[in-house]
Design a protein around this ligand. Structure first.
Ligand SMILES: NC(=O)C1=CN([C@@H]2O[C@H](COP(=O)(O)OP(=O)(O)OC[C@H]3O[C@@H](n4cnc5c(N)ncnc54)[C@H](O)[C@@H]3O)[C@@H](O)[C@H]2O)[C@@H](O)CC1
Ligand SMILES: Nc1ncnc2c1ncn2[C@@H]1O[C@H](COP(=O)(O)OP(=O)(O)O)[C@@H](O)[C@H]1O
Ligand SMILES: [Mg+2]
Length: 282
């Protein structure tokens, strides 16, 4: 196994693209976030708001109908498109031209949602982040992995990773299975944890930011929004994954002296994205 490359400030400054002064919302990229189900619309609110706060110009959330009022009221800046079904996704169709899509937060795994994911993956070649229940559905239907476009970013936590690549009995075996999965399917894997590793074929990166304050509900949903936003802003998938993971961790390092570990929540990540960006400028 190649030794991991540390994702530190130097590595980030090689990739970070400061904002262009004459830009406008149409140039900043449009992110579409797909997911949510009854009781888990919050995951979509977090991912969508995080996408906006990471800098893309437009964000649309695609949710079941029960999510319409919730997202519109929670985040007026986000546009909302709904599925025909009230409580879960059953058919993913939209008349938009997003630059990148994130799918999975709070989505559930109903049979109709599984079919909707199959049809969606069969028909999209846009830059894509796959997270949460969308990963679990793929794990149940392993042949569908072949439908994923090259360079898609997968963001599993350890349990989701195990469902996807099978059990491992040593750290070495975990890396070896993840590298093979990445090479065979040509995907970027963000192996979330403490620390988070990013696998891009046989290149392995290890993040240097973040702390246990991130061990809180919705923290991964926020990361999905952030990486999708960076993809929509034209970052290459590996750079979007690296920058997203670094900024996400940095928010917790910045906030810790004020919040402590315990009162830091997923919304605190979103609140501190601006400070994380500013620290790259200084
Ligand atoms: N406010 C909301 O609407 C929220 C919705 N969520 C959604 O809820 C759905 C289920 O996601 P979950 O991740 O909770 O369920 P999962 O069943 O995928 O994962 C939970 C399991 O994974 C294990 N696990 C998680 N992180 C681990 C780590 N670092 N090391 C070892 N084991 C670990 C846990 O012990 C637990 O057994 C997803 O769609 C997700 O997006 C959650 O993100 C929580 C917040
Ligand atoms: N102890 C920790 N130290 C650093 N990062 C952590 C720690 N615990 C969790 N995280 C980070 O928090 C996020 C959790 O993601 P996930 O489990 O998908 O949350 P959720 O599904 O609730 O949104 C990941 O980015 C992970 O790396
Ligand atoms: Mg998650």
């Amino acid at each position: 196994m190649n030794s991991p490359i540390a994702i530190d400030r130097n590595e980030i400054l090689k990739r970070y693209k400061p904002i262009v002064q004459h830009t406008h919302k149409g140039m900043q990229g449009h992110a579409l976030i797909i997911g949510g189900s009854y009781g888990k619309i919050g995951a979509m609110c977090l991912a969508s708001k995080a996408a906006l706060k990471t800098g893309c110009g437009l964000v649309t959330a695609f949710v079941p109908q029960c999510g319409y009022d919730i997202v519109q009221i929670a985040i007026p800046e986000v546009m909302v498109v709904t599925d025909d079904h009230d409580k879960y996704l059953s058919e993913i169709t939209f008349h938009l031209e997003p630059n990148a899509i994130g799918i999975g937060p709070g989505m559930g795994q109903k049979m109709a949602t599984q079919k909707a994911l199959h049809d969606f993956l069969s028909n999209t070649s846009l830059p894509l982040v796959i997270d949460a229940d969308a990963l679990n559905i793929l794990a149940h239907n392993s042949s569908w992995v072949a439908l994923i476009s090259p360079r898609t970013v997968l963001t599993p936590h350890p349990k989701e990773l195990e469902r996807l690549i099978g059990k491992w009995y040593s750290e070495e075996e975990m890396f070896s299975k993840a590298v093979i999965f990445s090479l065979v399917n040509q995907v970027v894997i963000v192996m979330k944890g403490a620390p988070t590793y990013i696998i891009d074929g046989d290149a392995i990166y290890v993040n240097t930011t973040g702390n246990a304050a991130l061990a809180t509900a919705g923290s991964g949903d926020v990361l999905t929004g952030m990486i999708t936003s960076l993809l929509a802003q034209s970052y290459k998938p590996i750079d979007a994954a690296i920058l997203g993971v670094y900024l996400h961790g940095l928010t917790a390092d910045i906030a810790l002296p004020e919040t402590g570990h315990q009162s830091f929540i997923a919304s605190s990540i979103i609140e501190n994205i601006g400070k994380a960006y500013l620290s790259l400028e200084g």
